[in-house]
Design a protein around this ligand. Structure first.
Ligand code: NAP
Length: 246
């Protein structure tokens, strides 16, 4: 049985991806931030995954911390035997206009959204190199492709993922490992629930389809990128935004 490891999978898009990959037949390693609330949410996600007849286990780790990622990858490998798909989903926002953004706000977002991707691709990439196969998908964002006022930190972290994806694809491609990213637009999750009505109306006015995306619409593309149908797709960032910029 193939195994998928999804970071930040206790809620939102990550939870939906975990459930979709379970439906696809993967055993699921659910990473969650080490807190009691996240653990309780992650356990619910694991139960849903198990309802598809696959194995699902929780792995607590702050993915911004290399040592914690190393322990987690060892534990996943020991429990599941292989890691066939990695989804780098964990992410945070700490928004503020540039002149008001603190160094701490900048550094925190880069650590969680960007350095975690280095940590996880390096560690899981080593496992996949030995296996001579694997699929890696990271969550970028339209903010990284086009910029977004108030998100200097977030857009920097997500633009970096586009470049990291291409570099890893070039380094790992000859061993049968694909590395791609998806760049969601405005998706209905706790992250976008935090927007004001005014911000929401302004944003949806820019979307050709005139609505939020659903986490399942991100999970479907991630599922494709992890599947054999995408075996010759690598180094790509696929925008999933309902036609935000054309
Ligand atoms: P979300 O609901 O806030 O979920 C993010 C998850 O990541 C949470 O469970 C969070 O745990 C976890 N996480 C945060 N920091 C972590 C860390 N250091 N270690 C481990 N887990 C951590 O966000 P979402 O909307 O589902 O977003 C998922 C991904 O899609 C993110 O990378 C986001 O940037 C990207 N994205 C989202 C949208 C959108 O419209 N929603 C658009 C573009 C891109 P806590 O709850 O404890 O923080």
């Amino acid at each position: 049985m193939a195994t998928a490891l999804i970071t930040g999978a206790s809620q939102g898009i990550g939870a939906c991806i975990a459930e979709r990959l379970a439906k696809d037949g993967y055993d699921i390693a659910i990473n969650h931030f080490p807190s009691e609330g996240d653990k309780a949410n992650a356990e619910k996600v694991a139960e849903t995954c198990r309802s598809f007849g696959v194995k699902a286990e929780l792995f607590a780790a702050n993915v911004a911390d290399y040592a914690q990622c190393e322990e987690m990858v060892k534990a996943v490998k020991a429990s599941f035997g292989s890691i066939d798909a990695l989804v780098n989903n964990a992410g945070i926002t700490k928004d503020g206009l540039l002149l008001r953004m603190s160094e701490a706000q900048y550094d925190a977002v880069i650590a969680v959204n960007q350095k975690s991707v280095f940590n996880m691709i390096k560690l899981v990439g080593a496992v996949m190199l030995r296996q001579k196969h694997g699929s890696i998908v990271s969550l970028a964002s339209v903010a990284g492709l086009y910029g977004n006022p108030g998100q200097m930190n977030y857009s920097a972290s997500k633009a970096a993922i586009v470049g990291m994806t291409k570099t890893a694809a070039k380094e790992l491609g000859s061993r049968g490992i694909t590395v791609n990213a998806v760049a969601p637009g405005f998706i209905k999750t706790p992250m976008t629930d935090a927007l004001t009505d005014e911000q929401r109306d302004k944003m949806l006015g820019l979307v050709a389809m005139g609505r939020y995306g659903d986490p399942a619409e991100i999970a479907g593309v991630v599922s494709f990128l992890c599947s054999a149908d995408a075996s010759y797709v690598t180094g790509q960032t696929i925008e999933i935004s309902g036609g935000l910029m054309m």
